[in-house]
Design a protein around this ligand. Structure first.
Ligand SMILES: C[S@@+](CC[C@H](N)C(=O)[O-])C[C@H]1O[C@@H](n2cnc3c(N)ncnc32)[C@H](O)[C@@H]1O
Length: 235
């Protein structure tokens, strides 16, 4: 199942940069949740040194995704991120990526808590919300209006609640709102705390990057990537 459009989404360039910065040539343990098309695996297998576990709630997506695997210890498992994670992976991973997935879930609390359970202390989480955080309460639209033309439907989460849950478990949060030329997407990264905080922390500052695709927008995209590198210092 190809997904060429998503392979060029500007948030991917930004996450690639972060991964190279964090891991360089060091081998790392990566769990990637929501794998349809395997665009991240395909792009990064040749560039970075990792052991890959992909996870998806769909058996057919998982089966299809296994055709892309290139190393014997890479694998794709069937797992709904809202369910408790497998004991054998807990506390072991260096990186968990949740991209374009959490808006499909019933809520963000369990996916975020499960990512934290799986990471070792100091391990990184990357969340990409294709429906950006909203002011005020969560807007739970997931089960309604699936057929509204031109609308992207899914749960939209309130930023205060989201960041309270996130910063309880992850420190050094970086929040970048990426305008892809069509809509805002939120890219959020953090490092697992040694111990959860009680009550979370104040909202982190939001940084905005305009990353429309197309040749005309290349200078702005390059500038965006350079800004992200500066913002990511120390994270
Ligand atoms: C929009 S696609 C995004 C795929 C890829 N992460 C990306 O960024 O291009 C959503 C993927 O998440 C999977 N998915 C949706 N809800 C999930 C859940 N609760 N647990 C695990 N996978 C889920 C879907 O089956 C699908 O493969």
């Amino acid at each position: 199942m190809r997904a060429a459009g998503r392979a060029h989404h500007p948030t991917r360039q930004l996450v690639d940069d972060l991964m190279s910065r964090w891991f360089g040539s060091r081998r790392f343990e990566w769990l990637d949740v929501g794998v349809v098309g395997m665009v991240d695996y395909e792009r990064l297998r040749a560039r970075l040194e990792f052991r890959y576990t992909g996870a998806d709630l769909s058996e057919s997506v998982a089966e299809d995704s296994r055709d892309y695997l290139r190393r014997p210890d890479d694998r794709v498992v069937v797992w709904d991120i809202e369910d408790a994670p497998a004991a054998e992976l807990r506390g072991r991973l260096d990186l968990v990526t949740l991209r374009h997935v959490v808006n499909h879930c019933e809520g963000y609390e369990r996916p975020i808590a499960h990512a934290a359970e799986l990471l070792r202390p100091g391990g990184r989480v990357v969340v990409v919300l294709h429906l950006a955080l909203v002011d005020g309460p969560d807007q739970l639209l997931r089960h309604h209006d699936w057929d509204v033309a031109g609308e992207v439907i899914g749960n939209r989460y309130g930023r205060a609640g989201f960041f309270t849950a996130f910063t309880t478990l992850f420190e050094q949060p970086l929040w970048v709102r990426v305008d892809d030329g069509h809509k805002p997407n939120d890219l959020i990264v953090g490092r697992k705390r040694a111990e959860p905080l009680s009550g979370g922390q104040p909202l982190p500052p939001m940084h905005r990057l305009r990353m429309s695709t197309g040749r005309r927008n290349l200078p702005r995209r390059l500038l965006g990537r350079a800004r992200l590198r500066l913002l990511a210092r120390g994270r």
